[in-house]
Write a protein that binds this ligand. Structure first.
Ligand SMILES: N[C@@H](CCC(=O)N[C@@H](CS)C(=O)NCC(=O)O)C(=O)O
Length: 241
């Protein structure tokens, strides 16, 4: 029995990256669900694993850690996953590190903003986002995707070279977050669309579909308790400020 426990809710984008990576590499782990819409990340027991009250979190024996991208590197190193995921070649590895560093202030916040505006507005407020709220989020995300296509992907097959790496997985899952809420972000980006297909082929559609199922069925989620709804509405206000 593995000592590795992953604390996840597949509604969360960084949780999906870690889940897909572990599954794609047959890394044995215990799946501990922490339901965001029930506020379980705030529970006393979970605070012992991650005092920051965020998921994903990882526990490996007595060792605990937060931050999805750091976890991906921990898992790649610990389980010696195939080299292409986090290449030993210095410059290919640097390309992976480069994207991971960049996305923290680009794909991740811009994708989250678009997701919250497009999908969480109807979920929490019962109506679609107005164009005044939606359009700036769309153009910000669009500029981020253009940067991924032109600066990171260029004419390569994957972000770090000819094979899929952790950078592609992180980017793919981040891009799918708002795409899952019905926005076609690939419309005028042929290179990025072709890259998306290659990532799907490399990881496998079944695993990707399974990991994204909760996100695609967001509308069917149980309503959140009133105190949590206020917390989520404050978050939505932050994204639509
Ligand atoms: N930088 C962190 C982000 C973690 C994060 O923001 N997780 C969200 C879910 S996507 C969360 O746990 N939110 C709970 C809350 O804020 O109460 C990572 O990559 O792991």
């Amino acid at each position: 029995m593995s000592d590795l426990t992953l604390y996840l809710d597949l509604l969360s984008q960084p949780c999906r990256s870690v889940y897909i990576f572990a599954k794609a590499n047959n890394i044995p782990f215990k799946y501990q669900e922490v339901r965001l819409f029930k506020g379980e990340q705030l529970a006393e027991d979970f605070r012992k694993v991650n005092p920051l009250c965020k998921i994903p979190a990882l526990k490996d024996g007595d060792f605990t850690m937060s931050e999805s991208t750091a976890m991906l590197l921990y898992l790649a190193n610990k389980y010696k996953t195939p080299d292409h995921w986090y290449p030993s070649d210095l410059q290919k590895r640097a390309r992976v590190d480069e994207y991971i560093a960049w996305q923290h202030t680009n794909t991740r916040p811009h994708g989250s903003r678009l997701f919250w505006v497009k999908a969480m507005t109807p979920y929490l407020l019962g109506h679609e986002a107005t164009p005044e709220k939606l359009n700036p989020a769309l153009s910000e995300f669009n500029a981020t995707l253009t940067a991924i296509q032109n600066k990171f992907l260029q004419d390569k097959l994957f972000l770090a070279g000819d094979e899929i790496s952790i950078a592609d997985l992180v980017a793919f899952v981040e891009i799918m977050q708002p795409t899952g809420s019905g926005v076609d972000v690939f419309e005028d980006k042929p290179k990025l669309s072709a890259w998306k297909k290659r990532v799907e082929e490399a990881i496998g559609a079944d695993l990707l579909n399974e990991a994204h199922e909760a996100l695609l069925h967001l509308k069917e989620c149980q309503p959140v308790p009133p105190e949590l709804k206020e917390r989520l509405k404050a978050r939505l206000e932050f994204f639509t400020r």
